[in-house]
Write a protein that binds this ligand. Sequence first.
Ligand SMILES: Cc1cc2nc3c(=O)[nH]c(=O)nc-3n(C[C@H](O)[C@H](O)[C@H](O)COP(=O)(O)OP(=O)(O)OC[C@H]3O[C@@H](n4cnc5c(N)ncnc54)[C@H](O)[C@@H]3O)c2cc1C
Length: 418
Amino acid sequence: MATADVDAVVVGAGPGGSIAALLLARGGARVALVDKATFARDKACGDLVGPRALALLASLGLTAPDGREVGPMVVVGPTGRHVLLPARQGLTYPGHGLAVARLRFDEWLRAAAIEAGAEPVTARVAAVHGNVVELDDGRCLTGDVVIGADGANSRVAASAGLVDPTAVLWGFAQRAYVDQRVERPIIALWDRTPRRGFPGYGWLFPGADGTANIGLGLGLRTARADARLAVAHFDEFCDHLRHVGLLTVPVDGPRLGGWLKMGMVGTVAARDRIFLVGDAAGLVNPLQGEGIAQAMISGAAAANAILNSPGSAAARYRRQLSTSFGRYARIAAPIHAAAISGSRQRVSRLTRALTSPVIGPAIAAPWAVTWNDLIDGAPPGPATTAARLAFAVGRLATARSPIRRQIDNDLADLEALR
Ligand SMILES: Cc1cc2nc3c(=O)[nH]c(=O)nc-3n(C[C@H](O)[C@H](O)[C@H](O)COP(=O)(O)OP(=O)(O)OC[C@H]3O[C@@H](n4cnc5c(N)ncnc54)[C@H](O)[C@@H]3O)c2cc1C
């Protein structure tokens, strides 16, 4: 078996892995960037790159590929009533996101990492033994550190014993492209049967090229077999969008599904020389499904911890996640779990109330800041104050949640301390 030695083996060249590889290579490290796919490769996604991802790219001097700037988002309730969530510029992020196909975005970011000096390797990782990464073509790569950026079903996380699949908050979503011009991103909260809320949501997002991205996703907790519901009910959801006047064209293109691993539950993000970033670390926002920004920011955080604190990088990285995404996940993950497991009637009542003409507009601004996890860096003002208040109430309401305790334990890596 041939063995190659590098400073860092990064497994997965999605947004998380490519940013980690780029920063490590810029810092002078020898990096192998391994992916099982030949790029450009597709990825099931709504194709919306959020404001914090754009801020990170700007801070690294990178200009994202051409896409369509997207600002305020429309949330449509089960009855067709809607609320406009504003997109306000923050102190640390722009007031817009970017719609760009993952096929292009991920290829561009991976090319930037390679240009910075990362060595591309096309192979599937079969297992990780300590800091030795075994590829399925028989080769092995040895790195001082290994970064698992290999997505929701991370081989690195499983192989290194860093994930407890029975504790993870799983989600699944399917998307297709349609030939319809859409002006604003639309989130559709849906009652599949009258007055029983679907345990997820659907979307119709603008694309860069006059097409739109349509999708349906749901939270599963640990019942992964129910992922089939996103596929089984997709056409019904499209009919619903037609019924409320949002979809005007047939949905006949290929459909692609993918897993979401949310809320940081059941995953230890780093131990010894192994680091997990992005979906591998379960960083998807459990309230609205965003994960590209989290993948890129965590990729940068892992790379910086490795470059700046080689002796204590794992603990430093976990601490950093704890004070950033962890603060949000401790509240959002228990709320997500309660909404998925709770009464469908209650969820329907809640979504109708949130999109009612009285309540919706009154809470739209703090709602946008809170569920997009944009409180840190939000500009001062009434919306930010209200969002902070909602966050404080959420903290109190979830104080005794076992899910929150699990996140705390994982971030402290209690297992390793025993
Ligand atoms: C349908 C859907 C819609 C979504 N919409 C949005 C959205 O609009 N905006 C948003 O911000 N987020 C969205 N998300 C979440 C987002 O797609 C992810 O959070 C994001 O892709 C995470 O990036 P990553 O780098 O961690 O992993 P990924 O992008 O999943 O990249 C992982 C890479 O690892 C490679 N890999 C996997 N296993 C191996 C292996 N064993 N060996 C070698 N390579 C391997 C894969 O080929 C892949 O290239 C959506 C998710 C789904 C499923």
